[in-house]
Write a protein that binds this ligand. Structure first.
Ligand SMILES: *[C@@H]1O[C@H](CO)[C@@H](O)[C@H](O)[C@H]1NC(C)=O
Ligand SMILES: *[C@@H]1O[C@H](CO)[C@@H](O)[C@H](O)[C@H]1NC(C)=O
Ligand SMILES: *[C@@H]1O[C@H](CO)[C@@H](O)[C@H](O)[C@H]1NC(C)=O
Length: 360
């Protein structure tokens, strides 16, 4: 070998075995403070996600082909709240169809299952189908609870609905879900169905509640409502695949301009608490892919779910009053008019205005 190539080789070895490892080891010093916080958060999220993908999938799972409706209840340690939700699920209508109720109980960070919550879940008698209680194997947090509890096959035809424990459902929630899935699943821009009857406007500077013009029984909206959400299977699979990829990109942050959730998320990042806001990823993905969520618009803001607690996480104060009173009222009477849906729902933007841009 010539002298010069030996020198190059030594230089290369020096670079690969000394400089690179040293840089990786100390790269933290070259990062700004927000970058460091962000990196730390991402690493936490990657951990959570890794646990859920490895462990929780292997839980007993009834195959999709035999199920019409899968109710996914996610809970950590609020036994009373869970009992209230389960009670409302028992008095809802299912038309004799095949229903599975999956109750997923998260662990605390030090690995504990809340005994009371477990007892309520396991003693509950579901009158309309199969109930399965799943203990998560690790603490999975709200990300794992939302993103890894419904993992349908790509050809699955089951309807799924994900419910946090602080909700109650209307007896007609499934009736509505059946109708809207049948009508709108085929629209590529529909990523799912929110059950709540009330929402803020998410555009920065907008005030008051989201109001659809009267005469519209449903509407499309760019931001997911998390008080009961039933994904459109096709879009959900895409979203989860995308999430898994983006999660490993340290540089990426799911920030959408001019909406409130982005500023909440940024506040969370600064305080190291983004583990609460999985929905930001959904909002970003919907924004990038021009997808919308279908909301019901019953008069008086009647909901297919109501929320019982002060939320403050996905929504600002003023919607839920917390404690004894639900956020608004449940739909308790079904009218035939609710089944007369438009082929293409009206679309509102984040300021609550009618959005006609590139309508089909
Ligand atoms: C789930 O956790 C509860 C409470 O700790 C325990 O009694 C039960 O055996 C666990 N179930 C499984 C399948 O691990
Ligand atoms: C979905 O695909 C599986 C095999 O991948 C098959 O066994 C099943 O019958 C299919 N179900 C439907 C509804 O097409
Ligand atoms: C839709 O919402 C508006 C505003 O809240 C309300 O006036 C109207 O009655 C609702 N429902 C229908 C079917 O128009």
């Amino acid at each position: 070998m010539k002298n010069s190539s030996v020198q190059v080789l030594i230089l290369l070895m020096f670079f690969f075995f000394l400089v690179l490892p040293l840089y990786n080891r100390f790269s933290n010093y070259f990062m700004t403070e927000p970058d460091k916080v962000w990196r730390r958060t991402m690493l936490q999220q990657q951990d959570l996600y890794k646990y859920t993908t490895q462990q929780s999938y292997r839980m007993p799972y009834i195959q999709d082909e035999t199920v019409d409706l899968r109710i996914v209840v996610i809970v950590f340690n609020r036994a009373d709240s869970l009992l209230r939700l389960l009670g409302s699920l028992n008095v809802a209508f299912y038309f004799g169809e095949r229903v599975v109720l999956d109750i997923w109980i998260d662990r605390s960070k030090d690995g504990q299952i809340d005994e009371n919550t477990y007892r309520i879940a396991s003693e509950f008698q579901f009158k309309h189908g199969v109930k399965i209680v799943h203990n998560h194997t690790f603490h999975v947090g709200i990300y794992g609870q939302w993103l890894n509890t419904w993992t349908p096959k790509s050809n699955s035809s089951e309807i799924a609905v994900i419910l946090e424990d602080d909700l109650t459902v209307s007896p007609y929630f499934y009736k509505w879900l059946k109708i809207v899935h049948k009508k709108y699943d085929k629209l590529v821009e529909v990523n799912g169905y929110s059950l709540q009857g009330i929402s803020i406007k998410h555009g920065i500077g907008s005030e008051g509640l989201l109001e659809a013009p009267s005469g519209n029984i449903v509407f499309l909206y760019p931001v997911i409502g998390t008080w009961g959400f039933s994904p459109n299977r096709r879009n959900w699979v895409k979203f989860r695949d995308w999430f898994e990829v983006m999660l490993h990109d340290d540089k990426f942050q799911p920030l959408v301009p001019n909406i409130l959730p982005t500023s909440w998320y940024q506040t969370f990042i600064q305080t190291g608490k983004t583990e609460g806001m999985w929905s930001m990823w959904h909002i970003y993905h919907a924004w990038k892919s021009r997808e919308y969520t279908v909301y019901p618009n019953f008069s008086g803001h009647l909901g297919l779910t109501v929320n019982w607690k002060e939320s403050g996480l996905h929504y600002g104060p003023g919607l839920a009053r917390g404690g004894r009173n639900p956020s608004h009222n449940l739909l308790t009477i079904w009218r035939p008019a609710y089944e007369d849906l438009p082929d293409y729902p009206i679309r509102l933007d984040v300021y609550g205005n009618i959005d006609k841009e590139d309508e089909p």
